[in-house]
Design a binder for this molecule. Structure first.
Ligand SMILES: [Zn+2]
Ligand SMILES: [Zn+2]
Length: 396
């Protein structure tokens, strides 16, 4: 059997150099021009069949295994966030206000290294690999949909048809060495909502001659809390958060309109349908009772990430072989955060696994999306080794 951990260790200088280069030059979603250019060049140098512009700035490298078999898609996201970096690291962002604060620089570097390793082993592969470098995981960034759905619409799951997917996330909520590969739900499905309330503006001292959208908005925010508290089964996770209220500018003017933004998170379709129904009933009911008009815009941001039990078991088995000293976590590990791999995993069986990346001794414990977020680069080795082994094992 191949020693993927040793190969990942040997290639660490490459992985680290690529990661730091991406970190120094972060790019926002659908603007990953430099990043995807480097990715395409590296994949071409390996002799892979490379397709650019899949989902705008996405890149796909195709590796034809020596023997016939299924097609496996490995997904690596490439985008950065609109955050100004405060790590003080020598490889800090040189793009002001833009930062790799989620670890996608590491994911891209891991993907390129895995491509090197699996290309070297292509004689042993029964099947094919699509190395899928995805743009804009963090949001739609002004486009109609995010990177994962955009790549699906551009046909990344077809020709040849993808039968399984693997993807990973470096995970700073857990220490270096922790590895999770388990079946079932992983990350919540997410909706984004916008509510536009229209009342009747007027003098702040004459509320009786107005229809106050602020009072209406306040009632809606309060009443929405009852959906999770009083409608959803207490054993089922769900979230409704109102994250923005914009209305009014002056102390003596009751404004005409109020706009609310927020998000809804659920794991299963039954809970989702219930929450969406109650959400709309409450918003429309309170607006009507307050004489406000309301426009509701709801967008499904992503489906939940649900791991296929068989693929997850295979990944956990690979993990045990690569890291014999480590106890691989496989128990339910839910987060209400969302991840757009949910779209691909809704269509194709897959496993999304976590690689612990925090290190308290090196003060690398800040959470994802924090301006001081950074991870222990040794986690890159674990990510490369496990992704390579898990892919090779699925194409045995
Ligand atoms: Zn993120
Ligand atoms: Zn992320």
């Amino acid at each position: 059997m191949s020693d993927f951990l040793k190969e990942a260790q040997d290639l660490f200088p490459y992985t680290q150099a690529m990661r730091r280069d991406f970190h120094i030059h972060p790019e926002l979603g659908f603007q990953e021009i430099r990043t995807s250019g480097i990715v395409a060049k590296e994949l071409e140098e390996l002799g892979l069949e490379v397709t650019k512009g899949v989902g705008k700035t996405g890149v796909v490298g195709y590796l034809d295994g020596a023997k016939p078999g299924p097609t496996l898609l490995l997904r690596f996201d490439m985008d950065a966030l609109p955050i100004h970096e405060e790590t003080g690291a020598e490889y800090s962002s040189t793009n002001p206000g833009v930062m790799h604060a989620c670890g996608h620089d590491g994911h891209t570097a891991i993907g390129l290294t895995v491509a090197k390793i699996l290309t070297k082993h292509k004689d042993q592969l029964s099947g094919n690999v699509k190395f899928c470098f995805q743009p804009s995981e963090e949001g739609t960034n002004g486009e109609e949909v995010g990177g994962n759905l955009m790549m699906i619409r551009d046909g990344v799951l077809e020709n040849p048809k993808v039968e399984k997917t693997l993807s990973l996330h470096l995970w700073n909520s857990q220490p270096l060495g922790w590895i999770h590969a388990g079946g079932g739900p992983m990350m919540a499905g997410a909706e984004a909502f916008t509510l536009k309330l229209t009342g009747k503006g007027g003098h702040g001292a004459a509320p009786d001659s107005t229809i106050d959208p602020i009072v209406c908005a306040a009632q809606i925010v309060t009443a929405l809390q009852t959906v999770v508290a009083r409608n959803v089964n207490p054993l089922k996770p769900a979230v409704i958060s109102v994250t923005s209220i914009q209305s009014g500018k002056a102390f003596n003017v009751i404004p005409q309109t109020a706009e609310l933004l927020g998000t809804i998170r659920t794991f299963d379709e039954e809970t989702r349908a219930l929450v969406l129904k109650r959400f709309e009933e409450i918003v429309r009911g309170i607006s009507a009772s307050m004489n406000c008009e309301v426009e509701i815009a709801l967008q499904q941001v992503t489906a939940p990430v649900i791991n296929n039990p068989e693929v997850a078991t295979s990944v956990a088995k690979s993990a045990k072989q690569v890291f014999p000293q480590t106890e691989i976590a496989s128990q339910t590990y839910l987060t209400m955060g969302a991840e757009d791999m949910g779209w691909m995993q809704e269509k194709v069986d897959g496993c999304y696994f976590y690689i612990g990346s925090a290190n308290a001794e090196k003060n690398l414990t800040y959470g994802h999306h924090h301006p001081k977020f950074d991870f222990d680069e040794q986690a890159l080795i674990n990510g490369v080794a496990l992704m390579s082994a898990a892919a090779a094992d699925l194409l045995k």
